[in-house]
Design a protein around this ligand. Structure first.
Ligand SMILES: Cc1cc2nc3c(=O)[nH]c(=O)nc-3n(C[C@H](O)[C@H](O)[C@H](O)COP(=O)(O)OP(=O)(O)OC[C@H]3O[C@@H](n4cnc5c(N)ncnc54)[C@H](O)[C@@H]3O)c2cc1C
Length: 327
């Protein structure tokens, strides 16, 4: 049974930054993330978009920011467990916590930091016979590494603003971009999105669905739409909505307010030794932003450090800690 000082539930930007900070404070740290990859909402929803409101970055793509935060976390070597979900949290007689994950794993820890946002999310899979065989190779559920589409025929299937975002992000990189919308309009759009789409070279196919995937020699070569139109393709991106599963904090004994965890500036929950940060928490004037999560992560880890050792400093400076190293 390996015991950790801090175990962080959720490897989004808040959880990853907390992992870095925890490691920097010399705490033995583990992160457990449900998705196969870290980065949370930033990686999942908008990796291709520029983010302008994180201090120190006049503009950075979601993909790059998530990669940077993971790199920063890795610099302090936390244990990183991905693709598993924390299902239960229980305080043991010795005051430590047992977290049980959906693969049957048991994780022991002296403190817990809940950085699990509003829960877990999975993309709705494309419901077309035979399509699953191309997932990961030619069918994708997020736009990462835009360069891989360079000069290639690409289509996006979506009736949502996300589909417009992805198509515009790929315009100019992919050879041709087709956007397939099963309805006659897009959902959740702003006027500006539609103007941008109209001004672009993206071909939009309204009121059509994908009926069939065309295949040759084990590769998808195109799709056939419901009106018989054939679209030759190298890659297909799919955003058909999300399946969200809310976190069951109350079942863990953690108090909530409308699904989020009420905290004060020390990021303590109602259970001593359990802290929370990021989109998971609520307090007066809380903002659900990346930078707020970073600040809360730092406060939560400082609280965990003093919970573990009342003599520990309430805060530290990286410039002092790393003074004599080439970190
Ligand atoms: C479309 C959109 C645009 C945005 N634009 C901006 C912007 O421009 N600037 C800005 O600052 N913010 C923006 N935000 C908000 C920002 O993305 C969030 O505030 C931030 O991502 C929250 O990070 P987090 O780590 O707290 O939560 P999340 O990113 O939600 O990460 C939580 C992680 O926990 C995991 N998890 C959940 N439950 C479990 C469990 N039981 N076990 C294991 N893992 C679990 C999830 O899989 C997830 O990876 C935007 C949000 C959206 C949706």
């Amino acid at each position: 049974m390996e015991m950790y000082d801090v175990t962080i539930i959720g490897g989004g930007t808040t959880g990853l930054y907390a992992a870095f900070y925890s490691g920097m404070r010399g705490l033995k740290t583990k992160v457990i993330e449900d998705q196969p990859e870290t980065g949370g909402k930033v990686s999942f929803f908008y990796p291709e978009k520029q983010i302008y409101d994180v201090g120190g970055f006049p503009g950075i793509s979601g993909e790059e920011l998530a990669a940077n935060v993971e790199k920063q976390a890795q610099s302090t070597s936390p244990a990183l467990v991905t693709g598993v979900k924390v299902q239960s949290l229980q305080k043991q007689e010795d005051g430590a916590f047992l977290l049980v994950t959906n693969d049957g794993g048991s994780h022991y820890t002296r403190t817990v930091l809940i950085a699990s946002g509003l829960g877990t999310f999975q993309m709705q899979p494309l419901q077309v016979d035979g399509a699953a065989a191309y997932e990961g190779r030619q069918i994708h559920y997020t736009v990462k590494n835009k360069e891989k589409y360079k000069g290639l025929k690409t289509a996006v299937v979506s009736n949502n603003r996300v589909g417009i975002d992805w198509s515009l992000a790929l315009e100019g990189t992919a050879d041709e971009v087709t956007l397939i919308n099963r309805n006659n309009a897009f959902r959740a759009v702003y006027e500006k999105d539609e103007e941008n789409l109209q001004a672009s070279s993206v071909h939009v196919q309204y009121n059509r669905t994908i009926q069939r995937v065309k295949e040759e020699g084990g590769r998808m070569t195109g799709v056939i739409l419901s009106d018989g139109t054939e679209i030759p393709l190298d890659h297909l991106l799919v955003y058909e909505g999300l399946q969200m599963e809310k976190s069951v904090y109350e079942e863990w004994g953690v108090h909530t307010d409308k699904g989020r965890i009420p905290v004060e500036t020390d990021m303590c929950t109602n259970i001593p030794g359990v802290f929370a940060a990021g989109d998971a928490v609520v307090y007066p004037s809380k903002t659900m932003l990346i930078a707020s999560g970073f600040n809360e992560a730092m406060a939560a880890i400082n609280s965990a450090a003093t919970y573990l050792d009342p003599e520990a400093k309430s805060q530290v400076y990286s410039t002092v800690i790393y003074k004599y190293t080439d970190h």
